[in-house]
Design a protein around this ligand. Structure first.
Ligand SMILES: Nc1ncnc2c1ncn2[C@@H]1O[C@H](COP(=O)(O)OP(=O)(O)O)[C@@H](O)[C@H]1O
Ligand SMILES: [Mg+2]
Length: 244
């Protein structure tokens, strides 16, 4: 690892800094006459450099929480403070601005743009972020190489294996040096060996100081994190801390 490793986060404040915080965060879905409390008054903090797993039965609110943390959705009540800013009430444009500037998101189904090459996919967040095309190309190349895709830069997603596609997605998520990297079941579509490779990559990012939040149903995946939040019916049921 060098000072210019593009997968390493820029140096930031000391480790006890809270980078993301939910305060009484609630998300209600109105389904006709019925209200679904997908999240029910969540209070939780995420520290700089921490690695948190979110577990819980299907329907317990994991994705709803991750989507709010990822600025893909907002709480109907309560607050979300991201990097010191209350983003709970931002309009769609400002919310996607925050998402692009401060967050990286990795999905179970990779969600790459099919007609773009590996490099072009990794460049997308930088284009929106106002990085010059030349600089974006340099940075995307180094990120892709760092993810072991140096010989696949001009391939399209359909020409890649699942594990390779997920590595492109991780490179893309790191493009703007996010304060938090979020992943929703990132190994869910992969065979166990490939899944382990992706988890090792996430371990490396954590070791470099990146803040990670990962949703998983797999205890072996959660065991790599330094904390697991167990969800039940939209609430935090318990929090399990691990010595790291
Ligand atoms: N877009 C939506 N509209 C209505 N209800 C939803 C929507 N998304 C999720 N829900 C409901 O909110 C609850 C939590 O869902 P979700 O966060 O997806 O759970 P998990 O990811 O833990 O399986 C569930 O009862 C689900 O049916
Ligand atoms: Mg889910």
């Amino acid at each position: 690892m060098t000072a210019t490793d593009p997968t390493a986060p820029a140096p930031r404040a000391p480790r006890s800094t809270v980078v993301a915080e939910l305060r009484g965060a609630t998300r209600i879905y109105q389904m006709g006459p019925t209200k679904v409390r997908a999240l029910d008054g969540i209070d939780i903090q995420f520290l700089e450099g921490s690695y948190t797993a979110i577990m819980g039965a299907s329907g317990s609110g994991k994705s709803t929480m991750l989507n709010i943390l990822g600025c893909l959705d907002r709480p109907t009540d309560g607050q979300y403070i991201l990097a010191g800013r209350d983003v709970s009430d931002l309009d769609d444009d400002n919310l996607s601005g925050e998402r692009n500037r401060r967050l990286g998101f990795v999905f179970q189904a990779y969600n790459l743009i099919p007609h773009l090459t590996v490099l072009e996919n990794v460049e997308v967040p930088m284009e929106y972020g106002g990085v010059s095309p030349g600089e974006a190309r340099v940075r995307a190349t180094r990120l892709a190489e760092r993810m072991g895709l140096g010989d696949r830069l001009d391939h399209r997603p359909t020409e890649l294996s699942g594990g390779q596609q997920q590595r492109v997605a991780i490179a893309r998520a790191l493009a703007n040096d996010p304060v938090v990297l979020l992943a929703d079941e990132p190994t869910g579509n992969l065979d166990s060996k490939t899944g382990l490779e992706i988890l090792s990559l996430l371990d490396e990012l954590h070791a470099q100081g990146r803040t990670l939040i990962i949703v998983t149903h797999d205890p072996k995946v959660a065991a790599r994190a330094d904390r697991t939040i167990h969800m039940l019916d939209g609430k935090v049921q318990r929090i399990e801390e691990r010595a790291s």
